[in-house]
Design a binder for this molecule. Structure first.
Ligand SMILES: C[S@@+](CC[C@H](N)C(=O)[O-])C[C@H]1O[C@@H](n2cnc3c(N)ncnc32)[C@H](O)[C@@H]1O
Length: 184
């Protein structure tokens, strides 16, 4: 079982200041594509990018033919995403700011900001906004393998089937972990 020694932005303070330091574009788009590949949803229809930041995942979803919407906790990110032409709302995983239901939900590098106790709310919100049937794919930076499985367990507790994928398992720097959720 691994435990990550890499410090994540959420442990250092502001995400926005960290974000400015890196050229995340191609990395974030590649992760979004890998997440979508793992879930292999039917392309097209309504998709939601949860914790969308300034819109890398939204761009990928739109390019694949989805009608994509997003939300993010940061007003600054929301305003940047809007400037980039995306349909985005300000809001939290804990209270997703959409009434409509989505056939596919994507979330990249964001869910680790939510603590495990708060996940009880978040998993209900995912269930509420996901159509029946539907899929979600979540890439997250858990602090340890044990924590990753706790996130998976939280989603299972409301009825999702959850598949955990770990790319580059042996390499702490390159390791990426994904949860694919299925609502049937
Ligand atoms: C590393 S960024 C990733 C953004 C985007 N998904 C991407 O791949 O570029 C993490 C994002 O999660 C958002 N976030 C953190 N906690 C959140 C919460 N509770 N609800 C919604 N968004 C949140 C942050 O505002 C930030 O934009």
């Amino acid at each position: 079982m691994w435990v990550s020694k890499n410090r994540r932005p959420e442990e250092k303070g502001s995400f926005e200041s960290e974000f400015a330091r890196y050229n995340l574009r191609s990395t974030q788009e590649k992760i979004a594509l890998r997440a979508i590949e793992l879930a292999s949803p039917r392309l097209g229809g309504r998709a939601l990018d949860a914790g969308c930041g300034n819109g890398f995942g939204l761009k990928v979803l739109n390019d694949l033919g989805f009608v994509a919407s997003g939300f993010d906790a940061s007003k600054k990110m929301v305003s940047e995403a809007k400037k980039n032409g995306f349909r985005v709302k300000h809001g939290l995983f804990q209270k997703i700011p959409f009434k409509e239901k989505f056939g596919f939900v994507l979330s990249v590098s964001a869910l680790q900001w939510v603590s495990l106790p708060e996940m009880q709310l978040v998993v209900k919100e995912f269930w509420r906004v996901m159509a029946k049937p539907s899929l979600a794919s979540i890439q997250l930076y858990a602090k340890s393998e044990e924590e990753l499985f706790e996130y998976a367990k939280a989603f299972r507790s409301v009825g999702f089937s959850v598949k955990v994928t770990q790319d580059n398992y042996e390499n702490a720097k390159k390791r990426k972990t994904y949860l694919v959720l299925k609502k049937e």
